[in-house]
Ligand binder design. Structure first.
Ligand code: ITT
Length: 198
């Protein structure tokens, strides 16, 4: 089985490819199938954005696709950056710029860390405006001293609950086992299997 993954984020592609390999499913990044301009993300929730992206690309391509919307919610910042995680330091911000902004925001408040969680919503669009979705989260805390070179985004600043290492210090397989995205992908596979049995 092959699934087209509509994302421009290489980190997401790597993780979902690796995770779905466990289930014998091949993930094809959308840019290997067609050149489609990314839609604007206007949703106020991860769920809305995942739905919007998946249905947009599926309609453009005329085939089933999955899309994912995810982000980091930091307690000390009232849940920010949330759906704005990829643009926390401004449109087209790099991971480094977003991380620097997060560190600044924590330090401004006199904090060295704060409870936080990563959230992931995945939507598989396969009929006009219909499909399947799943959600995953991982709780932990963010720190102000980056550590590690793996993963992407805020991983050098995020320590999962029960771990002494940041996500960026964990091997990909381990991150996938405990992460928001890994859990959402696994649940989606279970739903697909159930639907196939119906
Ligand atoms: P697509 O919309 O094309 O999929 P994107 O990177 O813009 O790519 P999102 O809008 O879903 O995707 O934003 C996700 C952001 O949340 C991502 O850029 C990181 O800043 C952060 N993020 C999500 N999952 C993460 C993870 O596993 N590790 C680190 N940061 C993560």
């Amino acid at each position: 089985m092959k699934i087209v993954f509509a994302t421009k984020n290489r980190g997401k592609v790597r993780e979902v490819q690796e995770k779905l390999k466990e289930f014998g499913i091949e993930v094809v990044p959308i840019d290997e199938v067609a050149e489609v301009e990314a839609p604007e993300e206007t949703g106020k929730t991860f769920c809305e954005n995942a739905y919007q992206k998946a249905t947009y690309y599926s309609e453009k391509l005329g085939m089933p696709v999955i899309a994912e919307d995810s982000g980091l919610e930091v307690k000390a910042l009232g849940g920010k950056p949330g759906v704005y995680s990829s643009r926390f330091a401004g449109e087209n911000a790099t991971d480094e710029e977003n991380n620097r902004k997060l560190i600044e925001e924590l330090r401004k408040r006199g904090l060295e860390n704060s409870p936080a969680r990563y959230v992931s919503f995945i939507f598989l669009a396969f009929l006009e405006k219909a499909g399947l979705w799943s959600e995953g989260e991982v709780r932990g805390r963010v720190i102000t001293e980056p550590r590690g070179t793996g993963g992407f985004g805020y991983d050098p600043l995020f320590i999962p609950k029960g771990y002494g290492k940041t996500m960026a210090e964990l091997p990909l397989k381990e991150k996938n086992r405990i992460s928001h995205r890994g859990k959402a992908v696994e649940k989606l596979v279970n739903i697909i299997r159930l639907v196939k049995k119906l």
